[in-house]
Design a protein around this ligand. Structure first.
Ligand code: PMP
Length: 372
């Protein structure tokens, strides 16, 4: 193994080095086929075997129930912000969409859905700063909403649902839609509480350009007439994600990441349980360092801090540039916060080893000793 820097990018983000090495080895000739995966027909037997294995492994890792379809699509998270309402908002003829706004991404989802549906903000943590998730029992859900949207991990604001809301217990029959872009595959999903989940691949799964959609069977077949055929979930599901050319290279890399995760061991566990445990340990280490500091702070309520995206601020913002320059010198990359919120952000997705977070916390201590 080479010693590459630790990359804290929010996405596109670091991938497991083992996977990148294998991709490089197979680049010119995949398994004796004489072709790169990029050069194969998506309908040929080689690629079909790659796509089938990727889907089966993902289903196995996330324990996706048989009545959910897994779709490999294009369009990203922002594409899904339109594709979901185009597919679901007339599910029950109401055209009504309830959205819980907990940060930048759910706000964007609400705005986009407004182009296709009657949108109601069922709860919001604005304007006092996006630092907590409103208690589900207090959400103002409409009885005839076609679905309820939440962003289960707010990548910019650093808030995560550690338990998905149980809409049935709240008296709602609507399916829950989750934008799980930035924490999918970092922890299990309670499918009994979800109707549809979507996320771009470029954080925990693979290269940008692949979008994963997990959709319950009964939610297929309700698309608006204006919905492009290539984005009609029923059409895509019936064609096994091959209605149009899927992002083949992304599916291939994702498949290797799934195999890596199946082999992954940590703290006596394997697979998703192991990666979840390592994610918990990494997050605890980093939040403890921030909470124990007089120079750095994270401002998110303790019960909804994200395990994946940890925004933090220097109490003296004049030190921001020095902090980033010193980080780069130590091989700690892409720590600058999103431009809309400023400060810093460490994204510590599945591929970030514990050593990466240890290197970051050591740097936080050293920097504070020098400048605090
Ligand atoms: N939702 C969330 C939670 C995200 O983190 C992102 C991207 N950072 C998006 C949506 C937008 O995804 P894309 O850029 O793939 O359209």
């Amino acid at each position: 193994m080479t010693s590459r820097p630790f990359n804290f990018s929010a996405g596109p983000a670091a991938l497991p080095e083992e996977v990148l090495t294998q991709v490089a080895q197979e680049m010119l000739d995949w398994h004796g086929s004489g072709m790169s995966v990029m050069e194969m027909s998506h309908r040929g037997r080689e690629f079909i075997s790659i796509a089938e294995a990727a889907e089966a492994d993902l289903r196995d890792l996330l324990q996706v129930p048989a009545n959910f379809r897994i779709l490999f699509m294009q369009g990203g998270g922002l594409g899904e912000n339109a594709i979901v309402p185009m597919n679901l908002s007339q599910r029950n003829g109401s055209g009504k969409v309830d959205v819980v706004v907990t940060g930048s991404w759910s706000k964007k989802s609400a705005q986009e859905a407004q182009r296709y549906a009657d949108v109601h903000i069922a709860a919001t943590n604005a304007p006092e700063g996006q630092r907590h998730i409103p208690v589900a029992a207090e959400w103002q859900l409409r009885p005839d909403a076609a679905y309820v949207h939440v962003c289960s991990n707010e990548t910019i604001d650093g808030l995560e649902f550690h338990e998905l809301p149980d809409l049935k217990a709240l008296g709602s029959d609507a399916p829950l839609v989750i934008d799980c872009s930035s924490h999918q595959l970092s922890r299990p999903i309670d499918w009994s509480r979800v109707g549809l989940a979507f996320g771009g691949a470029q954080k925990n799964i693979g290269p940008a350009g692949l979008t994963l959609v997990y959709v319950r069977d009964d939610l297929l077949g309700h698309a608006l007439p204006i919905c492009p055929s290539a984005f009609d979930y029923k059409t895509v599901a019936e064609a096994q994600s091959m209605y149009n050319t899927p992002p083949t290279f992304g599916i291939y890399v994702a498949g290797l990441v799934f195999k890596w995760l199946q082999r992954f061991g940590y703290a006596g566990k394997t697979g998703l349980a192991a990666i979840e445990q390592r994610n918990i340990d990494k997050a605890q280490l980093l939040y403890a360092a921030l909470d124990g500091s007089n120079l750095f702070e994270n401002r998110v309520a303790a019960n909804c801090r994200s395990r994946m995206n940890v925004p933090f601020y220097l109490r003296d913002e004049r030190l921001n540039d020095a902090f980033l320059a010193g980080a780069r010198e130590r091989g700690l990359l892409q720590l600058k916060g999103h431009k809309s919120v400023g400060g810093m952000r460490a994204s510590i997705y599945n591929a970030m080893p514990l050593e990466g977070v240890q290197a970051l916390t050591a740097y936080l201590r050293d920097f504070e000793a020098q400048h605090g």
